[in-house]
Design a protein. Structure first.
Ligand code: ACO
Length: 281
């Protein structure tokens, strides 16, 4: 296994734990599309401490892979994720509060690692995305769901709150929608998720998710990797800020840096030369 990401999909190239049933699978294509699969189908991909640590490892690995252009996230066995493992949560209820804090912080850090990935991230959602599973969806840049998928921020029905996922959900669907969905905890369908902005597209059959994957993998070859990372960061940095002189100078500095940078120069020159830029191969 010389290069852990230069192999086609459907071949497991980076088992995170040396176990027969790794909780997370990482596969990749030579073109730079990575596929992360939550792999606890018998528990509907509910995540416990082991899966959270494995996901964090995978996202850390991917963040350093310059050849990866897009990261897809999905669940094995037809369900995206049933959220936090409630058996694990039941156990944790007997621990002191500070241990619960440390435990919850690991989940918060894993979500941040996903959100901070420099590549485009895409959730391919089917079956159900409940609680923390819906949080994973919100932490991705794009989410596409199979018609019939059920969603819920069901935490209040368990006497909990969607705390660690809330920064991503509020950004994705807005404060008003988040209050409504968090407080009611009700199950909603893919059409509601689309209306709320939790997902951007619905596909009507499972092959549709594969089509989206192939299309985005191809499209992302046209995007300069450094510009993609900077564009994602740009959104986080301007979001909610007052449009004052400070912000205008900040944005002007960013584009000036890009204009004189290698990618900016190559991209503009390639357009004028009517050829593909170097990153498109
Ligand atoms: N934690 C632990 N085990 C779970 C979870 C979970 N969140 N969700 C499902 N499972 C287990 C079930 O206990 C069952 O195990 P068993 O076979 O040993 O009895 C198995 O997964 C299959 O579950 P079913 O309910 O039979 O699967 P189904 O496909 O009918 O429904 C669904 C899937 C809708 C996701 C349902 O399991 C469900 O509602 N789960 C709870 C989801 C939830 O409320 N999550 C929020 C957790 S709180 C948080 O994330 C912070």
């Amino acid at each position: 296994m010389s290069d852990p990401i230069a192999t086609p999909f459907n071949e497991v190239v980076h088992p995170i734990t040396p176990s027969e049933h790794p909780p997370v699978l990482l596969e990749a294509t030579p073109e730079g599309a990575a596929l992360v699969t939550l792999n606890r189908p018998e528990k509907r991909n509910a995540f416990d401490a082991g899966m959270i640590a494995a996901l964090h490892d995978v996202f850390t690995t991917l963040a350093a892979q310059e050849t990866v252009r897009v990261v897809f996230l999905r669940g094995a066995g037809g369900t995206f994720s049933a959220g936090a493992d409630l058996a694990w949560m039941r156990e944790a209820a007997d621990w002191p509060e500070d241990e619960n804090f440390d435990d919850a912080l690991e989940l918060a850090r894993m979500l941040k690692a996903l959100h901070a990935l420099p590549q485009l991230t895409v959730a391919l959602v089917e079956g159900a995305a409940f609680g923390g599973g819906a949080g994973l969806v919100a932490a991705c840049d794009i989410a596409v769901a199979l018609q019939g998928t059920k969603f819920a921020f069901s935490e209040v029905r368990l006497g909990l709150t969607p705390a660690t996922i809330s920064p991503y959900v509020v950004r994705a669907i807005g404060a008003r929608n988040a209050r409504a969905m968090f407080a009611a905890g009700r199950v909603f369908d893919a059409h509601d998720a689309l209306r709320l902005g939790l997902i951007q597209e619905i596909v009507t059959e499972a092959e549709g998710l594969e089509r989206v994957r192939a299309t985005l993998a191809r499209e992302m070859l046209a995007a300069a990797p450094g510009a993609v990372a900077d564009a994602k960061q740009l959104v986080d940095d301007v979001d909610g800020r007052r449009i004052d002189d400070h912000l205008m100078r900040d944005t002007a500095r960013r584009i000036a840096k890009r204009r004189v940078g290698a990618e900016g120069q190559e991209g503009v020159r390639a357009f004028l030369d009517k050829r593909k830029p170097s990153w498109q191969g």
